[in-house]
Design a protein around this ligand. Structure first.
Ligand SMILES: Cc1cc2nc3c(=O)[nH]c(=O)nc-3n(C[C@H](O)[C@H](O)[C@H](O)COP(=O)(O)OP(=O)(O)OC[C@H]3O[C@@H](n4cnc5c(N)ncnc54)[C@H](O)[C@@H]3O)c2cc1C
Length: 399
């Protein structure tokens, strides 16, 4: 006999998007569960640099687009969650740096000054006086200008832990080959049914949300959806380990304005407590076709050129490739906003950036309210822990 469980919403994917949505929807009274095929955070979320962007990076091509305007509200939203003043309480999430900086070499200083003084950006960015430089830039042996941005950096391990902690009995690991989507006579997906060695069972729900990053495409295909499309953007990220590396959080701007800084550095700790520099930006985008030796060599050369006052000889360089997964809503162009696309009773969601996750959650909960999706009045939730195992946390690449 097939046992049947029911809930209001089934979320697929235990990255930032799925975990944030699970918290948001349960806070609003919905019954919801989350299914993960690997480990929590194992997709893009733990691989991200954790920068909560204020949008300046996306304005570097000259004008603030609508996407840049939405993102400019995000640091304040995150700060209120970090202070425990929002519906999602992130007080126990670690902030790695309260500030994020931008460093430009002398070459484009005047052009940059004019741009940063422009009306669209006034008040958002300030040049740092030399006496206020963080220690790392105080030791600089080359001319440059340092700017302070409204951005800051969160520790993604603690972020995931905080989001998962309250929902442990709602988060499960599943084998992607163990279930299939069931549709009713009206074509709506009404359940997922599990079969295999154990007793078969099914989970019914009003709505299904796919927030599985790169895994969304497989889910779209498995559920037989037509409209939502996923696009991938590969990156070759580098991390650097060495004794006594200082903590650095900075975009290094090249000699031209571009959407992507030449180098984006964040600093993290490995399991031994040593500082790890994590390198993204243009080097990760342009390095996708390079093998490990070529990519780590490029990174070493770039760091040596940008920071000649640091000796990188004994530093170890590592790299790995990872895809950014986004909605394909604009003919393969990079989306700027968070997106969800609904087909039948399935929502396929991509936050586009970690930063935009609160905006994605707002959009989905507003959509549910507007389309009459209300929490069920069933007295209590059934315990799926009898048939599914708990999902574990992934670890950072450098551990
Ligand atoms: C290298 C890198 C650096 C980045 N840096 C930043 C940054 O500094 N700031 C910023 O704002 N954004 C950044 N981003 C973007 C940000 O990380 C992503 O937008 C965000 O993490 C996406 O979250 P997600 O939950 O949608 O997907 P993911 O984090 O990819 O999570 C998807 C989850 O779904 C699971 N899954 C896959 N298939 C299935 C399935 N069939 N069923 C159930 N679960 C499934 C996966 O195992 C995974 O755990 C970065 C991205 C990358 C790749």
């Amino acid at each position: 006999m097939t046992s049947s469980y029911s809930t209001d919403i089934v979320i697929f994917g235990g990255g930032i998007a799925g975990l944030w949505l699970l918290n948001r929807l349960r806070n609003q009274g919905y019954q919801a569960i989350l299914l993960e095929t690997d480990k929590l955070g194992s997709g893009q979320t733990l691989a991200s640099q954790g920068i909560i962007h204020g949008g300046l990076k996306y304005a570097l091509n000259g004008a603030l687009s609508s996407g840049a305007n939405i993102i400019s509200d995000m640091p304040a939203l995150w700060r209120s969650a970090l202070a425990g003043k929002a519906d999602i309480d992130l007080r126990e999430c670690r902030v790695l740096s309260e500030h994020y900086y931008m460093w430009s070499d002398a070459g484009i200083r005047s052009k940059l000054k004019t741009f940063l003084g422009s009306k669209s950006l006034s008040g958002r960015v300030s040049a740092v006086e030399k006496q206020d430089y963080p220690d790392f830039f105080r030791a600089a042996t080359v001319e440059g200008t340092l700017y302070k941005l409204p951005d800051f950096v969160v520790d993604t391990n603690s972020l995931l832990e905080v989001l998962a902690r309250k929902q442990r009995d709602r988060i499960f690991k599943v084998n992607p080959r163990s279930y299939k989507f069931e549709r009713n006579e009206s074509g709506l997906v009404n359940a997922i049914s599990f079969s295999g060695e154990e007793e078969p069972f099914s989970i019914e729900a009003q709505k299904f949300i796919f927030s599985a990053g790169k895994g969304n495409q497989q889910l779209i295909d498995d559920a037989g959806l037509v409209e939502p499309k996923c696009q991938l953007r590969p990156l070759n990220m580098v991390y650097v380990k060495g004794k006594n590396l200082p903590s650095v959080f900075v975009h290094c701007i090249g000699d031209s304005f571009s959407l992507t800084p030449k180098l984006t550095i964040t600093s993290h700790s490995d399991a031994q407590g040593e500082t790890v520099w994590y390198l993204g930006g243009e080097i990760a985008e342009s390095g996708v076709d390079k093998d490990k030796d070529a990519q780590t060599h490029s990174a070493r050369m770039l760091l040596t050129t940008l920071f000649p006052w640091i000796n990188f000889e004994a530093t170890q360089f590592h790299c790995f490739t990872i895809d950014r997964a986004e909605a394909n809503v604009n003919n393969n162009y990079r989306p700027e906003d968070a997106h969800f696309i609904e087909e039948s009773n399935v929502l396929v969601a991509w936050p586009t950036k970690l930063t935009l996750t609160p905006n994605l959650a707002d959009n989905i909960s507003e959509h549910f309210a507007a389309s009459g999706v209300v929490p069920s009045t069933a007295a209590s939730e059934q315990n799926l822990g009898d048939v599914l195992e708990a999902a574990e946390f992934a670890t950072s690449r450098w551990d």
